[in-house]
Design a binder for this molecule. Structure first.
Ligand code: TGC
Ligand code: FAD
Length: 393
C-alpha cells in the first residue's frame, strides 16, 4: 500500500480538529478553483486577482488570523495551514494572500488608528479592497534602513516622494502601506508608515514585466511623485524599522508553511509520475535510486512540517520570537527548492513543461528564497541570536 509523504509522518495527528477542518476547506477550494487554471495563468503572466480576491474573501482567508473588523480570528496554525494549501497551488496565490493579510491588513490592524482600521479592514477582509506593502526600494532590499523615500511635513499634510520596487499587488491595489523616511530620526529611526489610497494624485504603480518566477502574481514599482496626504494618513504611534519588521514576522511565518505546500505538490506529482513511467519495462518508481530520492525528500518535507507545526504552537501561545521564524523560513524554503529541483530530475524532460507543476514551483521558490528576507539575511538573524553579535554591517 502506498502512502503520501505526510501520512508517513502522521502530522495530521498534531493538528486539532478545527484547524484541520479549515485546512481541508482551503484545500477543497484550491483543488476546484485554482489548480485547474494555474498553469494557464502562469503561462499568461497574470492572474484574475480581483475575482480571486473576492473568492478568497468569501473563503475567509484574508486576514484570517486577525481579530475583529470582519476578520475570522483563527489560530495561527490554521493560518499557516491555509498558506500551505494555497502555495500547493502556486506561490503567487499564497503571495496575494500573504501581502493582503499579513502585510497590508496586519500593518493597519497592528499600527493603524481606529479610523484607518474602520476605513480599510472590513473591505480588505472580503477582498473588495486590495492592499500592497511598499518597503523595498531599488537600492535598498535587505537593508531597508537606508531607504530614500521621504515623507516631509507641509503644514498639517504629509508629502511623499520616492520609488519602491518589487511590490506584490502594487498595480492592482486600492491601498498601499508605504514606509518612508521622515526627519524624526537618523539611520532608519525616523521611518514611519503611511496609508496611501492609490487614487491619490502623484501615485502610480507600473507593472514589472518579463518575470520568469512568480508569474501568476502582480509585481510592481511604486512611484510616489509628491503624493500629498492628510495628517491622519500616518500610523500614529510607531517609528523606526520595528514598524515594517513586525509585519514581516507575520508574512515570514506564513511562508514557513507555504513553501512546504509547493514541495508537497511537487513530491506528490513525482510519486505519481514515477509509478506510471516505464523504463526498461519497469516502473521508474521501482528503481532503488528513485526510491532513495523519494525517501530523502519525504524526510525533509516531514521534518519541515514538524518545524512549522512547532512554530505554529509557539505563535498560538504568543511566545514565537523572530529568530525562530527565521529558522523556519531558512530551512523550509531551502528544502522546498531542493525538493522541487530533485523532483524535476525524476520527471526528466517532462519536468520542464507546464503540464506538471514542478518547474513552476521551482521557479517560484527562487522568489520565495529572496523575498521576506533572503536566506543569508535569515542566517545572519540566527547567527546574531546564537552569538549576540550582529554581522549585518
Ligand atoms: P536592527 O537594528 O536589528 O533593528 C531595527 C529596529 O527593528 C527592531 N526589529 C524588529 N522588530 C520586530 N520584528 C523583528 N523581526 C525585528 N527585527 C528588528 C529592532 O528591535 C530595532 O528596534 P528599535 O526600536 O530599537 O529601533 O535592524 P537592521 O537595520 O540591522 O536590519 C537588519 C534586518 C535583517 C533585521 C533587516 O534589515 C531585514 O530583515 N532585512 C530584510 C528585509 C526584508 O525582509 N524585506 C521584505 C520586504 S516585504 C516582502 O518581501 C514581501 S514579499 C511578498 C510575499 O510575502 O509574498
Ligand atoms: P539585495 O539586498 O541587494 O541582496 C543581494 C544579495 O546580497 C542577496 O544574496 C543577499 O542575501 C546578499 N546580502 C545582503 N545583505 C547581506 C549581508 N549583510 N551579508 C551578506 N550578504 C548579504 N518587497 C516589498 O517591500 N514588498 C513586496 O510586496 C515585495 N514583493 C516581492 C515580490 C517578488 C516576486 C520579489 C522577487 C521581491 C519582492 N519584494 C517585496 C522585495 C524583496 O523583499 C527583496 O527582493 C529582498 O528583501 C532582497 O532585496 P534585494 O532584491 O534588493 O537584494
Amino acid at each position: 500500500m502506498t502512502q503520501t509523504p505526510l501520512e508517513l509522518f502522521a502530522t495530521d495527528q498534531l493538528i486539532d480538529d478545527d484547524d484541520r477542518e479549515l485546512r481541508d476547506a482551503v484545500r477543497t477550494f484550491v483543488d476546484a478553483e485554482i489548480k485547474p487554471h494555474i498553469a494557464e495563468w502562469y503561462d499568461a503572466g497574470d492572474l484574475p486577482a480581483r475575482q480571486l480576491a473576492r473568492q478568497l474573501g468569501d473563503l475567509g482567508v484574508l486576514g484570517m488570523h486577525l481579530e475583529g473588523y470582519g476578520c475570522a480570528g483563527t489560530s495561527a496554525t490554521a493560518y499557516g495551514l491555509a498558506c500551505m494549501e494555497l502555495e500547493a497551488a502556486d506561490s503567487g496565490v499564497r503571495s496575494l494572500v500573504s501581502v493582503q493579510g499579513s502585510l497590508a491588513m496586519f500593518a493597519i490592524h497592528h499600527w493603524g488608528s481606529e479610523e484607518q482600521k474602520q476605513q480599510w479592514l472590513p473591505r480588505m477582509a472580503t477582498g473588495e479592497a486590495i492592499g500592497c506593502f511598499g518597503l523595498t526600494e531599488p537600492d535598498f532590499g535587505s537593508n531597508p534602513a537606508g531607504m530614500r523615500t521621504r515623507a516631509r511635513r507641509d503644514g498639517d499634510d504629509w508629502v511623499l516622494t520616492g520609488n519602491k520596487l518589487w511590490i506584490t499587488n502594487g498595480s492592482i491595489a486600492d491601498v498601499a502601506v508605504v514606509w518612508a523616511q521622515t526627519d524624526e530620526g537618523e539611520n532608519g529611526r525616523g521611518i514611519r508608515g503611511f496609508v496611501v489610497p492609490t487614487d491619490t494624485p502623484g501615485f502610480s504603480a507600473p507593472k514589472i514585466q518579463h518575470k520568469v518566477s512568480l508569474r501568476a502574481s502582480v509585481t510592481s514599482e511604486l512611484v510616489l511623485d509628491d503624493v500629498r496626504l492628510p495628517a491622519d494618513a500616518v500610523f500614529p504611534e510607531v517609528k523606526g524599522l520595528k514598524g515594517p519588521l513586525t509585519c514581516l514576522n507575520e508574512a515570514r511565518y506564513g511562508i514557513v508553511f507555504g513553501a512546504l505546500g509547493a514541495a508537497r505538490d511537487c513530491l506528490e506529482a513525482t510519486i505519481a509520475y514515477a509509478a506510471d513511467r516505464q523504463i526498461y519495462d519497469k516502473s521508474l518508481a521501482s528503481y532503488q535510486l528513485t526510491q532513495a530520492k523519494l525517501a530523502d525528500m519525504s524526510l525533509e518535507l516531514g521534518k519541515g512540517m514538524l518545524l512549522a507545526l512547532q512554530l505554529g504552537k509557539l505563535k498560538d501561545a504568543g511566545t514565537l520570537r523572530p529568530e525562530q521564524i527565521s529558522l523556519g523560513k531558512l530551512n523550509n524554503v531551502r528544502e522546498a527548492i531542493a525538493i522541487a529541483r530533485e523532483c524535476r530530475t525524476i520527471l526528466g524532460a517532462a519536468g520542464i513543461t507546464l503540464e506538471f507543476p514542478i518547474m513552476r514551483h521551482a521557479n517560484n521558490l527562487e522568489s520565495v528564497l529572496t523575498y521576506e528576507g533572503t536566506s543569508e539575511v535569515h542566517q545572519l538573524i540566527i547567527g546574531q541570536a546564537l552569538t549576540g553579535q550582529s554581522a549585518f554591517r
